[in-house]
Design a protein around this ligand. Structure first.
Ligand SMILES: [Cu+2]
Length: 196
């Protein structure tokens, strides 16, 4: 049955009201729920770093990449096996080679290679890796070393963490490795808007 023509303006008006309410709701909703749980589509970042005594530089991020596949590279104490892995290199957005920028909701896989610096100021045969910050870390793969666990020189350590909470985090060495061990650390800045 055909709708009488005189009703059409009412139907059209109702349609406009529905559209306006829906649009207004979306507009209002983003103020009620600011982007705290994620910043758009999460990425999976791979962070490659070396760990040496602070006297020769401490932690150093030497490469970063987005993992463009759902499975992590194979990994053991000899390091990650990156052959055939689909990833995209990107440059850290900081130039100190220690600060790691992450979007809220991103997963980060840390690959840490403990290096024997063969420096007389070195007093250990290993390094450690821990992260502290404003929130309990969501460990997705692997585990952070328990107290006393170490990364012997010449071996690799890896852990994957999802950063669900914005804020300033610190990663640091847990093994007394030199006089400047207390300064062997770096920053992880978790926020929205980190393009790389
Ligand atoms: Cu140390």
């Amino acid at each position: 049955m055909q709708v009488p023509k005189r009703h059409l303006p009412v139907v059209g008006l109702l349609g406009l009201v529905v559209i306006a309410v829906a649009g207004g709701t979306v507009y209002y909703y983003q103020f009620l729920t600011p982007h705290q749980s994620s910043c758009g589509t999460p990425s999976h970042r791979l962070i490659f770093m070396t760990a040496e005594i602070q006297e020769v530089g401490g932690f150093k991020v030497y490469n970063t990449a987005f993992l463009n596949q759902t499975t992590l590279p194979a990994f053991n104490a000899s390091g990650p096996a990156l052959g055939g892995v689909n990833f995209k290199d990107y440059k850290p957005s900081s130039s100190d080679n220690k600060t790691i920028n992450v979007n809220v909701g991103d997963e980060v896989t840390f690959y840490v290679n403990a290096i024997d610096s063969k420096d007389s100021r070195q007093v250990s045969s290993s390094h450690g890796f821990q992260i502290s910050g404003p929130a309990t870390l969501a460990i997705v793969d692997g585990s952070l070393p328990a107290a006393g666990a170490t990364i012997p020189f010449g071996t690799w350590f890896s852990v994957t963490i999802r950063f669900d909470t914005a804020g300033a985090y610190i990663y640091f060495c847990t093994v007394v490795c030199s006089a400047q061990h207390g300064s062997m650390n770096g920053n992880i800045s978790v926020s929205c808007g980190t393009s790389v």
